[in-house]
Design a protein around this ligand. Sequence first.
Ligand SMILES: Cc1cc2nc3c(=O)[nH]c(=O)nc-3n(C[C@H](O)[C@H](O)[C@H](O)COP(=O)(O)O)c2cc1C
Ligand code: SF4
Length: 432
Amino acid sequence: MAASAWEDTATTGAAPSGLPRIFARLPREGRAATLEEYLVQHGSVPRHQDLLSALEASGLQGRGGAAFSTAVKLRAVARSGRRPVVVVNATEGESVSAKDKVLARQVPHLVLDGAALAAAALGASEVIVAVAESARMEAAALEHAMRERVHAGLDERIPVGLARITDGFVSGEETAVVNALNGGPAKPTFTPPRPFERGIRGLPTLVQNAETLAHLALIARYGPAWFRELGTPEEPGSALVTISGAVGDPGVYEVELGTPLRTLLDQAGGTDEPLRALLVGGYFGTWVGADDVDRLRLLNADLHRVGASLGARAIVALPASACGVCETARAARYLAGESAGQCGPCVHGVAAIADVLEQISAGRDDPRRSRLGRWLADVNGRGACRHPDGAVRFIVSALSVFADEFEAHIRHGQCRWDGRRVLPLGRVSVEA
Ligand SMILES: Cc1cc2nc3c(=O)[nH]c(=O)nc-3n(C[C@H](O)[C@H](O)[C@H](O)COP(=O)(O)O)c2cc1C
Ligand code: SF4
């Protein structure tokens, strides 16, 4: 590492070389690393000179789904000139993603360090860690870690608290989190203002995904050049990926950005039967046909070429014996039900689209099928949040990837597949 501001920190831990980084030397039993174990691994919290410049040089992009530059976001909050609030988004409402839960359960100190470092760099008055109401184990691990830190005299100047937020697919959207923390329902609000302008109690608020903050804590310790040793120049670093479906060993894996999708599947125990498609990016994501899997890496640069994106990096393997039409119809109904019920096109549009998909999946053609394309276009971009856009992207990709199966349902009046259900809907628990 070149001589720089981040060399004069109090770090005593050795920078992990290669992988894992976030999951480096975790306790075997799957319990959370204690503060003592964590400090042996990563050293003490660095007193960083210029975190924002380090983040800028690192190229860290948010791991909550939108891959927005973390440095740009911190700078926007810093520019407000007022003491902001830092919110850790550990709500993880996406059914097929478990990375933030595993992170909170196993390395809570990395998340809390990241939040404390961001808060110190911004001169924040408070840190709030937001978790879903059902996330009892995660809340317990975080609260225990907070007590350890108070006992050790860490985070003394900036209070850190935990808040529970109503479960729901859209509850983790940042304006919904802020609304809930302000005493309202966990529903998205119309923007502007965005939280970085006016958030908690009207103060500028940095809402950052839990995994993003874990990477931030590592960058503050080991520097941007170390962070960039993995990944590509445009999409650097490692990432937590939740792999489920037809694989031998589903779970959360830390991998290098740029890893071929096939390697990811092999790492997760390989596919246990011929693959039909992958759902990449969860229910906000895109179906990718099995034929494309071998030419794609875990990179937005690759996935954008086939109309997909990483999202929160949740991947589900759909076996050839399952029905892509039926899975999509089930998920569309679930997404319709998860609408926060505030915007007409989202409430009525997604539900109407789900109705048609359900009819087709049951082998009945629907006269409204001819309107499906127009409805999908009408719903897209018409909500306070991007929930309907995500649903549209998911369904549009299904119509393309499973075109033959849609045709077969409509023509033959029944589903020829074995009815196996692969996509989990609602809150699920995935182990590391
Ligand atoms: C419908 C919807 C649900 C979301 N759910 C989550 C979530 O559960 N966790 C999360 O970190 N971000 C979620 N996001 C993204 C957040 O709005 C926000 O962009 C993110 O927390 C910012 O963190 P990052 O910049 O570190 O990625 C969601 C976005 C939308 C539109
Ligand atoms: S777009 Fe849908 S989920 Fe988002 S705020 Fe409006 S009704 Fe709620």
